[in-house]
Design a protein. Structure first.
Length: 360
């Protein structure tokens, strides 16, 4: 039974008595904004599929108690962006969370599986994906959109039960719970990444002073994008940020002249860019540097090979144990990053420790 829910009272009525878990998904638009615009929320409760219209006043407030209910597991697939959309619209995150994409990887079914492939793998049901890029903000939604939206939660129950059983048999249910809790915490983090320059591969090819200037610009861009609700690249794209960090203008006037020569430069933000570029951050002396020495590359390759061997021994797909970025953070800081804490560190420390440089 698929129901269109467009009043807060109707939603609250359906959420009065809840089972131990519900399936959830969202549709959102994020092309012209920093924050996702929540356009639809799908909820599977037993044999009922609720298609909830979050554009109606009061709906999001009525949805929030379900999201934060500690006694109801929210089963979702590849939920990281959905969490941000729900958190921004409803003021709270879905928790506890059971992410079926992560669960499939930890259960040895496959890494990074899309919902369509996972449904086929677990249930044998083929799903169409014809409405992926629809305009979900329009009203009324088409019959094809409604069918697609319902399909996205219809099979979550079967997947949840199958993967839960596999994880229990492997003794990895706690692994999934830890990974999902970390995902929710990351989506709730209002401050953004502390060292965003490390995520830019090109940063490793500029000197330390330029990397610190790049860090200043990226921190400013993040705050500006969040405050203005505009995509980061609309504020200042990566190429312009790196160019300014590598060759900073000598004065505010020189910056203005340079911006006027760039087709996509944010000329109206010249004052803010100059202040960000020229004002040191309180913690920038602590910033790790992106590196690209041959020695670093060789050490990283050895770490990756060791992780691959350990993943194979555990029957896990490549990438689930440790990403390149996490290993680089481990090398750069000499400390285990939060992403490699818990069960990952338990599985990796013995094999990686001999490959790491001695602690200072």
């Amino acid at each position: 039974m698929t129901l269109w829910i467009d009043t807060a009272d109707a939603l609250r009525a359906h959420l009065q008595q809840l089972p131990a878990w519900v399936g959830m998904d969202t549709e959102f638009i994020r092309e012209k904004t920093f924050w996702p615009q929540l356009a639809l929320v799908q909820i599977a409760i037993g044999d009922r599929i609720l298609l909830v219209d979050p554009l109606v006043p009061g709906i999001n407030q009525a949805l929030a108690p379900l999201l934060s209910n500690p006694d109801v597991v929210k089963v979702m697939h590849s939920a990281s962006e959905d969490l941000v959309a729900l958190g921004w619209a409803c003021g709270t995150q879905p928790s506890p969370l059971f992410d079926t994409q992560i669960a499939a990887a930890l259960a040895g079914v496959g890494g990074g599986l899309g919902y369509q492939k996972l449904v086929a793998e677990i249930t044998g049901v083929p799903l169409a994906k014809g409405e992926t890029r629809s305009d979900w903000l329009r009203r009324p939604l088409s019959a094809a959109q409604l069918e697609y939206a319902a399909d996205d939660v219809t099979h979550l129950g079967a997947i949840y039960q199958a993967l839960s059983a596999r994880l229990d048999a492997l003794g990895r249910s706690a692994w999934l719970a830890a990974d999902c809790a970390r995902m929710v915490a990351q989506a709730s983090d209002a401050g953004g990444e502390r060292w965003p320059h490390l995520s830019m591969r090109s940063a490793q090819f500029v000197d330390a002073d330029a990397q610190r200037r790049l860090l200043r610009l990226l921190r400013w861009r993040e705050a500006q994008a969040r405050a203005s609700d505009r995509p980061r690249s609309w504020i200042l794209d990566n190429e312009l940020a790196l160019t300014l960090a590598r060759n900073p203008p000598a004065s505010r006037q020189a910056l203005t002249r340079w911006l006027e020569q760039q087709p996509k430069a944010p000329r109206k933000l010249a004052d803010a860019i100059w202040e960000a570029l020229s004002t040191p951050l309180e913690d920038e002396a602590e910033a790790p540097l992106a590196k690209a020495t041959d020695q670093d590359k060789q050490r990283l390759k050895k770490l990756q090979d060791a992780v691959a061997r350990q993943a194979a021994a555990l029957g896990l797909p490549d990438g689930i144990l440790a990403s390149r970025r996490w290993l680089e953070a481990l090398m750069e800081r000499g400390q285990w990053p939060a992403a490699l804490s818990g069960w990952r560190r338990e599985q990796l420390e013995e094999v990686l420790a001999p490959l790491l440089p001695p602690a200072p």
